[in-house]
Ligand binder design. Structure first.
Ligand code: CP
Length: 304
């Protein structure tokens, strides 16, 4: 089914996902073949929240396809500071670009903005909501590292505010993965996400202790506690520093366990894990370029 906008992983079928991953693998194998493919096309980038990986890899992806970006720049240097509404901003910027990528702190903002534009709008993270393009690169990394057959994934950390988790959990359901969610009680998956996963037929269990499941995992997806989303700093302090792993923790894991993280990390994965064969998070971040090239290519060609 053609996708006008990419708002949520909930709207991506297994066939949609596989078409992006297959195209990404082709591009990774021969990037020169697409170097001029979108010559003259422009991607509008609107980041109302900080980003390193998502913004830079979308920029690299568009340039490596022969196109370019037009960037809103920092929010405090834009007309948002003069009180311009999000609806007006995206209606204006769609006139400058062939597609838009937007990150915004409010959950639901990407869906709302998409209703005001005719060019494709890609959600690069809406508050604690969704981050569907992160999920595509996560799945690419999982397919390359562990495959999807009989897959058991542990997802650990801030499951309440972690938008990468909400997107990934939906997508893993379409691949029939067994999912174990590990978090403090106060950071469990939101009720709405749990309900949607159950409705989608997810095979899932929730835990407060990684030791209960570590030795059964093929992939351990670790996430940062999202300090910026806590309404109360004391509540953040209660859970900060919990759920850290180091090389010693992983001695109880399968030899071929793959450790992933959307990054940035703070202290949840000790640097000594970087030197182990388990670590895949830097490769995962690098996969953002071919995966976002593939997504942009399919969207700009109207093939997704
Ligand atoms: N993973 C991710 O979204 O990273 P950035 O916040 O740096 O874009």
């Amino acid at each position: 089914m053609p996708q006008d906008h990419i708002i949520s992983a909930k709207h991506l079928s297994r066939a949609d996902i596989e078409s992006v991953l297959d195209r990404a693998a082709e591009i990774a194998a021969d990037p020169d073949a697409v170097a001029d493919r979108h010559d003259g096309k422009l991607l509008g980038t609107l980041f109302f929240e900080p980003s390193t990986r998502t913004k830079m890899s979308f920029t690299a992806a568009m340039k490596r396809l022969g196109g370019d970006i037009v960037d809103m720049g920092p929010v405090d240097q834009s007309s948002v500071k003069k009180g311009e509404s999000l609806a007006d901003t995206v209606r204006v910027v769609e006139g400058y670009a062939d597609a838009l990528v937007m990150r915004h702190p409010l959950e639901g903002s990407a869906k709302m903005a998409s209703e005001f534009v005719d060019v494709p709008l890609i959600n690069a993270g809406d508050g604690a909501g969704q981050h569907p393009t992160q999920t595509l690169l996560d799945l690419y990394t999982i397919r390359e590292s562990a495959g999807f057959d009989d897959l058991t994934v542990g997802i650990m950390g801030d499951l309440k505010y972690g938008r990468t988790v909400h997107s990934l959990a939906h997508a893993l359901t379409t691949f029939d993965a067994q999912q174990h969610f590990v978090s403090p009680e106060s950071l469990k998956l939101p009720r709405g996400v749990r309900y949607d996963l159950h409705e989608a037929g997810a095979s899932m269990r929730e835990h407060t202790d990684l030791d209960e499941v570590l030795d059964s995992l093929d992939v351990l997806y670790v996430t940062r506690i999202q300090a910026e989303r806590f309404p109360d700093e004391d509540e953040y302090r209660k859970v900060a520093g919990e759920y850290q792993i180091d090389a010693e923790t992983l001695e109880a894991a399968k030899d071929d366990l793959v450790v992933m993280h959307p990054l940035p990390r703070v202290d949840e994965i000790a640097p000594d894990v970087d030197e182990t064969d388990h670590a895949r998070y830097f490769e995962q971040a690098h996969n953002g370029v071919p995966v976002r090239m593939a997504l942009l290519d399919l969207i700009l060609e109207g093939n997704l």
